[in-house]
Write a new protein. Structure first.
Length: 290
């Protein structure tokens, strides 16, 4: 990987803003576009057009890359930026790094001969993001629960990267943690860590004792029948990406407090999230020989 690069950061939220600043701190020439409503970034060139972007060694696009209506995901921009027009500004063969790439975005890039790579699919980023996600869940629980986490009964659904870190963080504060999973291997590991265990597909009848349920599975695991089984006052936090794991319409009807906490790394720890993306992009560029 080159010691000094010309990098454009296009669109995104506070994660991308902090990423741009971190890249500049490393000595790269950094341009931003569609981040004009974000904070002032030291050492970063804020651009009003994409003129010159075709000369970049790497273009970093947001996570997720696509917003509604085939637009660039750009919540810190005052304008609306069709992805097709964004991609038209780049040269064939140019390296673009983006997160959670949709099929339509991949098609647009392929039609223009762009080398589009998904940093969200990288294991090192997934592991790094698990920490601020778990800490964000802790923050929500501390703010919303009427009881201390010490002694509270907490169920974590799913025992992947986020589930493992979340269970550990809550247990460290004295919560009585149980883990629900489908795989027997995951249940064995959870039990070995000292947690109680539940079968994800057989939760009805076992949910009434929990003060907090944290879901990490991006599939419907808490439907109306599971939500009816919760005790009054139980808080549900859904950390799963779309489509999520909770029937929020049923939760509203039943009076269950349910919070869909999307994109927590960017909300609770944008600097850490930006650093994780930066390190992942460095790894990707090194593998590509850029």
């Amino acid at each position: 990987m080159k010691h000094e690069m010309n990098i454009w950061v296009v669109g995104g939220d506070m994660r991308q803003a902090k990423l741009a600043e971190l890249l500049s701190d490393d000595g790269h020439t950094v341009h931003t576009y569609a981040l004009e409503r974000g904070p002032e970034l030291y050492g970063v060139l804020s651009e009003e057009t994409l003129e010159g972007a075709a000369l970049a060694d790497c273009v970093v696009l947001p996570l997720p890359v696509e917003g509604e209506g085939s637009l660039l995901n750009a919540p810190l921009s005052a304008g609306r930026h069709p992805l097709a027009e964004i991609f038209n500004a780049f040269r064939p063969g140019q390296v673009l790094c983006a997160g959670r790439i949709s099929q339509s975005s991949a098609t647009l890039a392929a039609e223009r001969g762009l080398m589009l790579r998904d940093y969200f699919q990288r294991e090192e980023l997934a592991v790094a993001n698990a920490v601020p996600t778990a800490e964000g869940a802790l923050q929500i629980a501390l703010e919303e629960l009427p009881v201390t986490l010490h002694g509270a009964r907490v169920l974590v659904i799913g025992y992947g990267r986020v589930g493992k870190v979340t269970a550990q963080r809550f247990a460290a504060l004295g919560a009585k943690v149980s883990v629900a999973a489908r795989k027997f291997a995951d249940l064995a590991w959870a039990e070995a860590m000292g947690y109680g265990v539940e079968q994800t597909g057989a939760l009805v009848g076992w949910l009434c004792g929990y003060d907090l349920v944290v879901n990490t599975v991006p599939a419907r695991v808490l439907s109306e029948k599971e939500l009816r089984d919760l005790k009054p006052g139980c808080l549900v936090i859904d950390l799963a990406s779309k489509p999520g794991g909770v029937d929020f319409e049923a939760a509203t009807r039943l009076g269950v407090r349910a919070i869909w906490a999307l994109s927590l790394p960017g909300k609770v720890a944008p600097v850490s999230a930006g650093r994780a993306i930066k390190n992942t992009i460095y790894n990707m560029l090194s593998e590509l020989g850029v």
